[in-house]
Write a new protein. Structure first.
Length: 294
């Protein structure tokens, strides 16, 4: 069995109260500390939007000190992936924080997420190679969203460079890449964006417009059904014997759906009869009672 790292994309969501975090929080209660009691991995999305202060990263490390195997997967800043305009100062800022986490043995790797518009061609390959050369000392997980990447030439490139090809589940709109776990090294990285096709289309139509948090998050509002999760479990188990690590990240975060589904996948993938979870999530998602030790 490979090592499973299962968690969510982010942990700091106000709408996870009270579905995950308790409504009445005592002095000193910390969301990350609470989160790390139940999961062994989190994908940090704030690093995509801002260059985080090293003091913040040091705080993360302190807060998970009681969780021996907990790791952070860091999403690369949008300057590198969407704007594709960065300088040496940007590189140093990213590397410094990655090195802080690596020294503390808390770094899973670097998620390099490209937009749907980033389709496969020789210049795209060269650009990914440039980023790989920029961050050579870290596990790199590359997410692309266009189906043109599902070809042998692209996979040969990922294998040759030691980059993990990130598998994603998303609404099948246009030439969206399909949910097909592909192994390119000794790690698997699998992200779940939900299957809310209607909201995803609306999001595409509203791209570039000013939106509230709720409007931006609507496309990720999706609770995977037990049947869908079993289908996902089977696909992951078909490839997991080929790797040493499997990172599974739920990005269907609104209202805590990601948390509920993450608990269910822990139950399925790790063959556990019952797992520990807080009463808050069971109250919000009663079907979890069947797999809870509470």
């Amino acid at each position: 069995m490979p090592k499973h790292f299962l968690g969510t994309a982010g942990w700091s969501y106000k709408d996870w109260v009270p579905s995950f975090y308790p409504k009445n929080q005592i002095a000193g209660f910390d969301w990350l500390q609470f989160y790390s009691h139940y999961f062994n991995c989190v994908e940090v999305n704030s690093t995509y939007y801002a260059y985080i202060s090293p003091k913040v990263v040091e705080g993360w490390i302190r807060k998970v000190s009681d969780s021996d195997n907990f790791i952070f997967d860091i999403k690369l800043h949008q300057d590198f992936t969407h704007k594709r305009n960065f300088d040496e100062q940007n590189i140093k800022a990213v590397r410094y924080n990655l090195d802080l986490l690596a020294k503390a043995e808390r770094l899973g790797g670097l998620l390099i997420q490209f937009p749907y518009s980033f389709s496969f061609d020789s210049s795209a390959i060269q650009y990914i190679q440039k980023l790989r050369d920029t961050f050579p000392n870290y596990n790199c997980f590359v997410e692309v969203r266009h189906s043109s990447w599902q070809n042998n030439k692209a996979m040969d490139f990922f294998k040759a460079t030691g980059i993990t090809f990130c598998t994603i589940d998303q609404p099948q709109i246009g030439r969206a890449i399909s949910f097909e776990p592909i192994i390119t090294n000794d790690k698997a990285y699998i992200r779940f964006h939900g299957r809310n096709e209607k909201a995803w289309k609306n999001s595409i139509n509203n791209y570039g417009k000013k939106q509230t948090y709720e409007e931006r998050s609507e496309r990720y509002k999706y609770l995977y059904s037990p049947g869908e999760l079993i289908e996902i479990e089977q696909k992951i188990k078909l490839v997991q014997e080929k790797v040493k690590e499997v990172h599974v990240i739920m990005n269907n975060h609104p209202q805590g759906d990601a948390v509920a589904n993450a608990f269910e996948l822990i139950h399925l993938l790790e063959g556990k009869d019952k797992i520990e979870m807080p009463g808050t999530i069971i109250k919000a998602y009663p079907r979890l009672k069947e797999i809870s030790i509470n």
